[in-house]
Design a protein around this ligand. Structure first.
Ligand SMILES: NC(=O)c1ccc[n+]([C@@H]2O[C@H](COP(=O)([O-])OP(=O)(O)OC[C@H]3O[C@@H](n4cnc5c(N)ncnc54)[C@H](OP(=O)(O)O)[C@@H]3O)[C@@H](O)[C@H]2O)c1
Length: 320
């Protein structure tokens, strides 16, 4: 891969349908822009239709003429299994193909709260919501002709994460960073286990890949301070983002690379290769030893199926 890979090097996407969760902000917004520049049909899955439409308008205004891109904003709240189900149904009704699914949306280090279904919010949105969504779209993705990809956004914070199978929802004791770390480790277990299950089912044209953006200046860092009402922490985050973070457009590059580059294989992990893996051009990386623990991954998968009611059936799925 090139030292200085940029989104300009993405292949033409005019025949591709791409679904991005959290497409209205930060990395999802930048990824939407990059795919649209390459002519893709982008399904922008946003929890707020208003913020989604505003973002779509902004992307459209910045697009050069003649890309042929289509932006389709649809409501999906990953903190609600009902919302995920309705959204997935709509997608399956409207689209015959889905080439790339970007499991991107996320929340970080927020005070403890719960999803509509009683899941701890960070695990619920970051992992369980995407687990349910992917399960409901898998046959569409696998049935799409040619190579398809499912890319899941993790974080360097997964290295500090631990799965607490006795208290996944952190009801006994809650630390906002431990809960975030757990959710981002769960993202990796999901991405790798999905790849193993695809492989075992003989499905070779669909790849599950993971990535992380390093440290990028987005809204992510402000949600915790906003929700806890801490102006000091908010101001500190502003300074830290201004000094240490790379731009959101650079932060989106590992996701874009994982989603489109030709040398990407299923089960791989991409992140920025520069200073402390916080910035720079995307490269293939290794995640923590814990993230490759297959027994943990299987256990998390089973718990995720039980919690979300999403049942993944690989039998009978046939690559088009
Ligand atoms: N930025 C970084 O430095 C960094 C580092 C490591 C990993 N990441 C990962 O990158 C991903 C994208 O984050 P970002 O930095 O782009 O943050 P961001 O600017 O805050 O964007 C997050 C997106 O997720 C959406 N979202 C939050 N809760 C949702 C829900 N319940 N249902 C549906 N969508 C929801 C947000 O929607 P609203 O706008 O409606 O809130 C927003 O569109 C996350 O998975 C994050 O963990 C980011």
């Amino acid at each position: 891969m090139s030292e200085s890979w940029t989104a300009d090097q993405m292949p033409d996407c005019s025949e591709k349908t791409v679904l991005i969760t959290g497409a209205n902000s930060g990395l999802g917004f930048e990824a939407t822009k990059a795919f649209a520049k390459k002519g893709a049909t982008v399904i922008m899955a946003c929890r707020s239709p208003e913020r989604g439409e505003q973002a779509a308008q902004e992307v459209a205004e910045q697009l050069p003429g003649g890309t042929g891109a289509t932006l389709n904003v649809r409501q999906c709240d990953l903190a609600s299994l009902d919302s995920i189900e309705s959204f997935a149904e709509e997608v399956r009704e409207v689209y015959d193909d889905l080439h790339i699914l970007c499991n991107n949306a996320g929340v970080m280090a927020i005070p403890r709260s719960e999803t509509q279904d009683g899941f701890e919010m960070q695990l619920g949105v970051n992992h369980l919501g995407h687990f349910a969504l992917t399960g409901q779209l898998l046959d569409l993705i696998v049935g799409t002709e040619g190579e398809t990809r499912i890319v899941t956004h993790s974080s360097g914070a997964h290295t500090a994460g631990e799965l607490d199978f006795d208290d996944l929802h952190r009801q006994r004791s809650y630390s906002k960073w431990e809960a975030y770390g757990q959710s981002k480790l769960a993202n990796l277990h999901f991405a790798y286990e999905l790849q193993r299950r695809l492989r075992d089912a003989g499905i070779t044209e669909t790849k599950s890949v993971a990535c992380h953006p390093g440290y990028a200046d987005t809204n992510l860092q402000y949600r915790g301070p906003e929700q806890s009402g801490s102006r000091i922490k908010y101001a500190m985050m502003r300074v830290a983002n201004g000094v240490f973070a790379q731009s959101a457009s650079n932060g989106a590059l590992p996701l874009l690379y994982a989603a489109t580059a030709l040398d990407v294989e299923g089960g791989e992990y991409y992140g920025p290769g520069g200073l402390m893996n916080m910035r720079g051009a995307p490269e293939r990386q290794e995640s923590s030893d814990a993230s490759y623990d297959e027994a943990d991954a299987r256990q998390l998968w089973e718990r995720s199926e039980a919690l979300t009611g999403a049942t993944y059936s690989f039998e009978g799925l046939v690559t088009a």
